[in-house]
Design a protein around this ligand. Structure first.
Ligand SMILES: NC(=O)C1=CN([C@@H]2O[C@H](COP(=O)(O)OP(=O)(O)OC[C@H]3O[C@@H](n4cnc5c(N)ncnc54)[C@H](O)[C@@H]3O)[C@@H](O)[C@H]2O)C=CC1
Ligand SMILES: CCCCC/C=C\C=C\C(=O)C/C=C\C/C=C\CCCC(=O)O
Length: 270
């Protein structure tokens, strides 16, 4: 998929991975709607991107992925401004084991909401032109992060939901690929919550385990993850894939095969 002139929407775009994903899309010629709750940061980022890439290449929209109405309006505004939608990255996420319902609301419900809205605009049966959705999970979507069981659950949820929706899309011929990105630790603001009771609550005593994991896996730079994000966006042969990104490299995850147990009407098409 060539990215020049394509339209992308990224949630949680103001800093960290979302900023890195937005920037690499801009470098490849796409237009990007930047969605985030951080209004002042969003305005500053748009100003910086305007200087680097030109004023018509981005749109900043204040929006929380927790609100169906705000997210719906942001998708609509993006399509009206840029004339279509080709790429959606559901990236916004937090670690908060003390307010765990909020963590589920942003990390899982926000991704479901963003995926459904993306399909509404992009799927062929709605006269959309197809496209690609990248949902951001984590290595904690594949194995446990003990200091953050709810975070772990939301990220496993994102992996399962994305794989299921990718099969739905294939079976129903939506023309939309859906893939999930699973990075190990990345150098962003979230990392500073490693030992903080504010985010890990009753599990703060286990911070030593998280520190050991950190030692074992190291810390990725945003740019390393962004390069792999781009692979998932552009490689048109990839649908329903989970890409694990670690310091030593990236690899597509092999899951246990259960599709052969599905009714034969489904299995041959999957
Ligand atoms: N940093 C890491 O080690 C890893 C991060 N991830 C995932 O990557 C994604 C991005 O995380 P980072 O860039 O590290 O975090 P970050 O904290 O640097 O950036 C998160 C961005 O999301 C925005 N945001 C937070 N709540 C929001 C909401 N309700 N609606 C819209 N925007 C919201 C924030 O304002 C911020 O700009 C998250 O889903 C995270 O779980 C996955 C694996 C590793
Ligand atoms: C809440 C305290 C830890 C804070 C760590 C900061 C950010 C982590 C973000 C992640 O998404 C975690 C990334 C990678 C590690 C996740 C799981 C390890 C699984 C190990 C295993 O499978 O054995």
């Amino acid at each position: 998929m060539a990215l020049h002139g394509k339209v992308a929407l990224v949630t949680g775009a103001v800093q960290g991975l979302g900023k890195g994903f937005s920037e690499i899309l801009l470098q490849k010629g796409a237009k990007v709607a930047l969605l985030d709750i951080n209004e002042s940061g969003g305005k500053d980022l748009k100003a910086a991107f305007d200087k680097e890439y030109g004023p018509d290449r981005t749109l900043f929209l204040t929006c929380t992925v927790e609100s169906e109405e705000q997210l719906k309006d942001a998708f609509q505004k993006t399509v009206e401004t840029f004339g279509g939608l080709d790429i959606v990255c559901n990236n916004a996420g937090i670690i908060d084991e003390t307010n765990w319902e909020k963590c589920v609301s942003i990390n899982l419900n926000g991704v479901v909401r963003g995926t459904y809205l993306a399909l509404k605009h992009m799927k062929k049966e709605n006269r959309g032109q197809g496209g690609v959705i990248i949902n951001v999970a984590s290595m904690a979507g594949l194995g446990p992060l003990l200091t953050a069981p709810i975070y772990t659950a939301t990220k496993h949820g994102v992996v399962g939901f994305s794989r299921a929706m990718a099969d739905v899309s294939r079976l129903c011929d939506y023309g939309v690929r859906i893939n999930v990105l699973c990075p190990a630790f990345v150098q962003t603001a979230i990392l500073s919550s490693l030992g903080s009771e504010g985010t890990t609550g009753q599990f703060a005593g286990l911070r030593g385990v998280a520190e050991k994991l950190l030692e074992q896996f190291g810390v990725l730079e945003v740019s390393e993850v962004a390069k792999n994000f781009l692979k998932l966006v552009t490689d048109e042969s990839r649908n329903g894939e989970a890409l694990l990104v670690q310091k030593e490299g990236a690899s597509y995850v092999t899951f246990p095969q259960v599709a052969s147990q599905l009714p034969s009407i489904l299995a041959p098409s999957l």
